[in-house]
Design a protein around this ligand. Structure first.
Ligand code: OGA
Ligand code: NI
Length: 367
């Protein structure tokens, strides 16, 4: 075919993938299309017989019991949080106060959203990174060369009254269940911020605490359909989260992996728990003490998976910098000041990969 013939064909092919993985799978699929096949070094490691090369490594993350955090054992729990944030960048939370119904209903209504006809879901499709509601596929569907096996719905959630009217009106109970979930997650985040600041020995009446209370919240619903050849692709490529903290609710299907001591390890889902992880902004704020750790998502051949990530940070207009309380002559700032506008510009201008945004904010001292 001459190059002039290839271009329209490719464009037509690309358009098909822009509609997302769910749409692709609904039409029946036995092989992963080339668009989703990662270069060999980036693939998850499976042997030819579809077994993991090493015995599969699952990781039990440190578990924080929220009820204990609020009791006489608080100092000990704070110590566990500090160690988890330093060593793993991740921990799990149980007894967090959110009723089982609230989280189960959220997962369930999100499932029903992704089961709606494509025409209904696609009403929320947008390439504008700052749209209050955005339905899409892959990681950055404009820039990604290889697509990942994921569709998503991104909802701005704070202040809720500003955004709720933009949220999907179908399924009819989406807004009410989603709003309850977003509100309760925000409360959980606020308790978590108090604990995190205390673990860094920063007073919780710190200016940062106030800013975080009025900060941004984005709820991202991830949908990973079953994949016929999971060894060739990923649900999400290795990335770190850009906010302060992410609170992740998973259904009972595993898939999340974190990079720990240079190995990918799978996080064991604990039913009803939340996985909490340090984002880039907390790494910067803690001047590098707490780590924003790379993570990725595996897909599997049989089970669809849904997760709901609630990303929390400072207000969109705030400047993020190492806390002045942690800086002195011995502890020089390791990161430049940064803001959301810079971040959004950064991610929309290139393929977001690894931790390159955070790397770009590091100060390299010449001795
Ligand atoms: C994310 C994320 C993990 C998952 O949304 O940033 O890392 O298990 N999600 O879906
Ligand atoms: Ni993430």
């Amino acid at each position: 075919m001459s190059p002039t013939m290839i271009a329209p064909v490719m464009e037509e092919e690309n358009k098909k993938y822009q509609r997302g993985v769910k749409h692709l799978c609904d039409n029946g699929l036995t092989k992963v299309p080339t668009k989703y096949i990662l270069p060999e070094p980036d693939r998850p490691i499976f042997t030819k017989s579809d077994k993991l090369i090493k015995s599969k490594q699952n990781l039990k993350l440190p578990v924080i019991d929220f009820a204990e955090l609020l009791g006489p054992n608080r100092p000990h729990v704070l110590q566990t949080i500090a160690e988890a944030c330093e060593t793993y960048g991740f921990f799990q939370v149980v007894n967090h106060g959110m009723e089982g119904d609230v989280s189960r209903n959220m997962i369930e209504v999100c499932k029903r959203f992704f089961e709606l006809p494509y025409e209904e879901r696609s009403k929320y499709m947008s390439t504008d990174m700052s749209a209050p509601v955005r339905y899409g596929t892959s990681f950055n569907q404009i820039k990604d060369n290889v697509f990942c096996w994921r569709d998503f719905l991104k909802l701005y959630a704070h202040p809720l009254p500003d955004y709720l009217p933009h949220w999907p009106s179908s399924p009819s109970d989406f807004r009410s269940l989603g709003a309850r979930y977003a509100k309760e997650t925000k409360e959980m985040f606020e308790m978590m911020v108090k604990a995190i600041l205390e673990s860094l020995e920063i007073n919780d009446r710190d200016e940062a605490a106030e800013e975080l209370e009025e900060g941004s919240q984005v709820v991202v619903v991830n949908c990973y359909p079953p994949c016929p050849e999971p060894e060739l692709t990923l649900g999400m490529p290795p990335h770190s989260d850009y906010g302060f903290l992410t609170l992740l609710l998973q259904d009972d299907v595993e898939g999340l992996q974190i990079l720990h001591r240079e190995e990918w390890v799978t996080v064991d889902p604990i039913p009803g728990s939340f996985v909490v992880n340090v984002g880039d902004h907390l790494e910067i704020f803690s001047n590098g003490r707490y780590k924003s750790v790379l993570h990725r998502v595996l897909v599997n051949p049989t089970k669809p998976r849904i997760s709901v990530a609630s990303l929390h940070s400072f207000p969109l207009t705030s400047v993020v910098k190492p806390s002045p309380k942690l800086i002195d002559e011995q502890n020089v700032p390791k990161y430049m000041e940064t803001d959301f506008a810079t971040f959004l510009q950064y991610v929309s201008s290139r393929e977001p990969k690894w931790k390159n945004f955070l790397e770009s904010r590091k100060i390299h001292y010449v001795r």
